[in-house]
Design a protein around this ligand. Structure first.
Ligand SMILES: NC(=O)NCCC(=O)O
Length: 383
């Protein structure tokens, strides 16, 4: 699919009559997000380094007993800088360099927690179903070179770093996992969260490489808030979001890699709906660009063999618990989205809508326990 539109937002800005634009944004986005005043040095560095930089803020009401809990998150979307047939080491090094220059700008913008896209140290090569060289991109979550690189960034910028990688777990037979490593602003590895739901759709043949995660729904208590990571395809599963929220997540990151022809119409809905349903902030991050492979692969649908998975459409955004959302980053360019949020908004919206209180979780837990039994009898009433 061609890259096409730069972004839905730029199209709206261009074509909606100015007198209607605010109302259109209210209906589509829950209002016009406040633009952050980002430092001019950051804006010019982003321009020089050829990535988009946008900043928005969400408001919360002031409270008498709690001080505002203001946090800035940074969402990074990027293309792979080198072709997929260059050496593994040079591809990883080029990605480290690219991220380093984006994170430096995030630091100038006061970002407290940064999250990269899914499997950020490699091309999203699982579509090929080939093992080599792609499995060579896998690293230890605890002390691999990418984790060490992120620890340095975390310490240097006093920033929590969420680093989604292809993990190799040497302790368990060198098995592969799709995992996000969470590194504290102290530089310590807080832990990891493995992808719970593995796609088997279109060219997303990821179960060729790794299986469903076994880390459950961990929430990481950081200095800046309680965070969780719901990796890519997990966003289609409302119960996956729910369980991170049940464990207390205030911000759920959704590092992704997905393409236009498969999911673009779902993209603006799913993370946003999760923010509403779970009274938390969600951060949807998608990679960008088209990645080409030397060897053609088929989709197993009778169609012609091809050399790319399709266009990753970026469009990273943040949604707030009140249902409002930021505009998305570009569909075609690297970008950094800086979003300021007051985490007090989570409880304020919870007190208003009461989804946690009205959730009837005990009823669903009982019925689901029955429904997963092999000889379950559905409750269908017939004449
Ligand atoms: N990376 C990944 O899980 N992609 C699956 C496609 C999608 O969920 O849109």
């Amino acid at each position: 699919m061609a890259e096409g539109l730069e972004s839905v937002e730029s199209c709206l800005e261009q074509h909606i009559p100015p007198e209607d634009l605010a109302e259109v944004k209210r209906i589509l986005y829950g209002g016009e997000a406040r633009k952050l005043n980002l430092p001019s040095a950051a804006l010019s560095a982003a321009q020089e380094r050829e990535f988009e930089l946008q900043g928005y803020g969400f408001e919360a009401a002031s409270e008498q007993l709690r001080r505002p809990r203001i946090v800035r998150v940074g969402l990074v979307q990027n293309k792979i800088p080198l072709p997929t047939d260059t050496s593994v080491a040079s591809q990883v090094a080029a990605l480290h360099r690219r991220i380093e220059e984006i994170v430096e700008v995030a630091a100038m913008c006061g970002v407290n927690i940064v999250c990269f896209q899914e499997a950020w140290t490699m091309p999203f090569a699982f579509c090929t179903r080939e093992k080599l060289p792609w499995t060579e991109f896998a690293e230890s979550a605890e002390d691999g070179p990418t984790t060490k690189f992120c620890q340095e960034l975390a310490k240097k910028y006093n920033m929590v770093v969420v680093s989604p990688i292809l993990e190799r777990d040497e302790i368990h037979g060198g098995t592969l996992w799709n995992a996000a490593v969470v590194i504290s602003n102290s530089g310590a590895v807080l832990g990891k969260s493995r992808k719970n739901h593995i796609p088997r759709v279109g060219d997303f043949n990821e179960s060729t490489y790794y299986m469903e995660g076994n880390t459950g729904h961990p929430v990481f208590q950081t200095q800046f808030g309680a965070i969780a990571v719901n990796i890519c395809y997990g966003r289609h599963h409302p119960l996956n979001w729910l369980m991170f929220s049940i464990n207390g997540a205030e911000i759920i990151f959704n590092p992704s890699a997905t393409i236009g022809k498969l999911s673009e119409s779902l993209w603006p809905i799913e993370a946003r709906n999760a923010a509403i349903a779970n009274h938390c902030f969600t951060c949807a991050i998608n990679r960008v660009g088209t990645e080409y492979y030397k060897n053609a692969f088929t989709s197993g649908d009778g169609g012609k063999a091809h050399h790319d998975l399709g266009h990753f459409y970026g469009s990273s955004y943040v949604a707030a618990p009140d249902g409002s959302r930021t505009p998305g980053l570009s569909r075609t360019r690297d970008g950094l989205l800086v979003v300021e949020m007051d985490l007090n908004l989570c409880r304020q919206v919870s007190d208003k809508w009461n989804f946690k209180m009205t959730g009837r979780y005990e009823m669903y837990a009982e019925r689901l326990t029955e429904a997963v039994q092999p000889y379950f009898i559905p409750n269908i009433i017939k004449e």
